[in-house]
Design a protein around this ligand. Structure first.
Ligand SMILES: Cc1cc2nc3c(=O)[nH]c(=O)nc-3n(C[C@H](O)[C@H](O)[C@H](O)COP(=O)(O)OP(=O)(O)OC[C@H]3O[C@@H](n4cnc5c(N)ncnc54)[C@H](O)[C@@H]3O)c2cc1C
Length: 381
C-alpha cells in the first residue's frame, strides 16, 4: 500500500487550495472528496462570490492582500480569468462604527477607498434608495470571483502539480498515529499528514477523534431577483454591496446581474441551523426570503419582490465568526481548516497556503493566533 505525504479530506475551496499548495511544494498528496465532483452539497458551489479587502479585523485585510496576489497567480498559471472588478459598497447607518474601523484598516494597508455621503451615494448609484443617515464606503478593487470555475481551476492545478483526486470516496474513519490510516467506504490509505477541510461535515470526522469544535452548519437560501428595467443593476453600473448591521438578521449582501443575465443575487448573511446530510429538510417557512424582499423594497426598489431563482448552500459558523486554522490539539500531524463562517471563498488560496505550511512545519506566512482552537476553551470565553 502506498504511503502519502499528505491526505486532504474535502474537495471544497479550502481543501482543494491546501492540496494544491502541498503538491506544488513536492508533497505526494491525495485529495479525498465524498461526492462525485463537481457537486452542490457543500459551501463552495455556485457561479459567484464577492472578493474585497475590507474587513473589520486587520488580520483579514492583511490576508486579503496576499489572496489578491494568489488569485492573480492562479489566473496567470491557468490562463483562466476568475476575477471581475466591479467595486464593492459597504453601507451602514449612523454612527458608521463598522465602516470607520474598516476604512482605517484599508488605509493601514494602502487600499484605495472612497467614503460616499448620502448625496454622492444618490448621484453615483441612483438605483439604490438610502435615507440620509446612511454612508457608504466604495472599494474599487472589490469584485466577483467566478466560484465554480475557480474551484475547478485550482483542482486542475493540483492535478498538474502531480496531485491525485479520488472523488465519490467518503472518509468513514480515521486512525491517528505516526502513520495515519484513513478509511473510506472503498479503501484504506496511509499518510504521514492529514488535513481535515470538510466544511459543514467537519465535526462528523473529528468527534471520533475526541474533538468537538463549536461549529454550526447553516442552510442558506441563495436568492436571485429580476431587475424591472433591463441593465439597471448590471456590472459597470451596480457594484457588489454589503448592507452592514449589528443585527445579523439585518445583514444583506448582493452581486450585480452577472451570473444569470437580468438577475441580481441578494441574500441575507445567515440561515437556519441544519444537518449537512439533510440540508433541504424543514425549509418551508422561508422567513429569510421575506426579510430580503422587505430589504429590497426599501433599498433596491428596481428589483422584483419575489425571487426568480432559489438555490441552496451552506455556511459553517464559529461563535466569533473567525476561521479555525490549527492542528488537532492531540494529534500534531492532523491539521484542521474549518468554520469559514460565510466568508471563506475569497481567502481560499491563503487558507490553502497556511494550512500547507502547518503540514510542512514551515513558519506560517500569516499570524494564526486569531484562528486557534484553544480560543474556545472555557477559560478564554
Ligand atoms: C450562499 C453563500 C454565499 C457565500 N458568499 C461568499 C462570498 O461572497 N465571498 C466569500 O469569500 N465567501 C462566501 N461564502 C463562503 C464560502 O463559499 C465558504 O466559506 C467556503 O466555500 C467554504 O469552503 P470549504 O472548503 O470549507 O467547505 P465545502 O465547500 O463544504 O467543502 C468541504 C468538502 O468536504 C467534503 N467532505 C465532507 N466530509 C467528507 C468525508 N467524510 N469524506 C470526504 N469528503 C468529505 C464535502 O463533500 C465538501 O465537498 C459564501 C457561502 C455561501 C453558502
Amino acid at each position: 500500500m502506498a504511503t502519502w505525504d499528505s491526505i486532504v479530506i474535502g474537495g471544497g475551496i479550502e481543501g482543494s487550495s491546501t492540496a494544491w499548495q502541498l503538491a506544488r511544494n513536492g508533497h505526494k498528496t491525495l485529495l479525498l472528496e465524498q461526492f462525485p465532483l463537481p457537486h452542490t452539497r457543500g459551501s463552495s458551489h455556485g457561479a459567484s462570490r464577492i472578493i474585497r479587502h475590507g474587513y473589520a479585523e486587520p488580520f483579514y485585510v492583511e490576508m486579503m492582500m496576499d489572496a489578491y496576489k494568489l488569485w492573480r497567480e492562479i489566473e496567470r498559471e491557468s490562463g483562466i480569468a476568475l476575477y471581475r472588478k466591479v467595486g464593492i459598497l459597504t453601507l451602514e447607518c449612523h454612527p458608521y462604527e463598522g465602516i470607520k474601523v474598516m476604512e482605517s484598516n484599508l488605509a493601514k494597508f494602502g487600499v484605495y477607498y472612497k467614503r460616499l455621503g448620502p448625496r454622492d451615494l444618490k448621484k453615483q448609484f441612483p438605483m439604490l434608495t438610502y435615507p440620509n443617515q446612511y454612508h457608504a464606503t466604495l472599494e474599487d478593487d472589490g469584485g466577483i470571483l467566478r466560484a465554480d470555475q475557480a474551484l475547478k481551476t485550482i483542482q486542475s492545478l493540483f492535478s498538474s502539480a502531480g496531485g491525485t483526486i479520488e472523488d465519490g470516496e467518503k472518509v468513514v474513519n480515521i486512525t491517528p498515529g505516526h502513520l495515519i490510516s484513513v478509511h473510506t467506504k472503498q479503501d484504506t490509505y496511509k499518510t504521514k499528514n492529514l488535513v481535515v477541510a470538510a466544511g459543514p461535515w467537519t465535526n462528523k470526522l473529528l468527534e471520533p477523534l475526541n474533538l468537538k469544535l463549536p461549529l454550526q452548519p447553516l442552510a442558506i437560501n441563495v436568492l436571485y431577483w429580476k431587475e424591472k428595467e433591463q441593465g439597471e443593476y448590471s456590472p459597470g453600473r451596480m457594484p457588489c454591496f454589503i448592507h452592514s448591521s449589528r443585527d445579523r438578521l439585518q445583514e444583506f449582501y448582493g452581486l450585480p446581474c452577472e451570473e444569470y443575465p437580468g438577475l441580481m443575487k441578494v441574500d441575507l448573511h445567515t440561515g437556519r441551523a441544519a444537518d449537512p446530510d439533510a440540508r433541504d429538510a424543514n425549509n418551508q417557512d422561508q422567513w429569510d426570503v421575506k426579510l430580503v424582499a422587505e430589504f429590497l423594497q426599501k433599498h433596491l426598489p428596481g428589483l422584483e419582490d419575489k425571487p426568480s431563482v432559489m438555490e441552496r448552500c451552506m455556511y459553517t459558523v464559529t461563535p466569533d465568526h473567525n476561521f479555525i486554522l490549527d492542528r488537532h490539539p492531540k494529534y500534531e500531524n492532523i491539521v484542521i481548516g474549518a468554520g469559514f463562517s460565510g466568508t471563506g471563498f475569497k481567502l481560499g488560496p491563503v487558507v490553502g497556503k497556511v494550512l500547507a505550511e502547518l503540514v510542512m512545519q514551515k513558519a506560517p506566512s500569516h499570524n494564526l493566533y486569531p484562528f486557534k482552537i484553544d480560543r474556545f476553551s472555557k477559560s478564554k470565553l
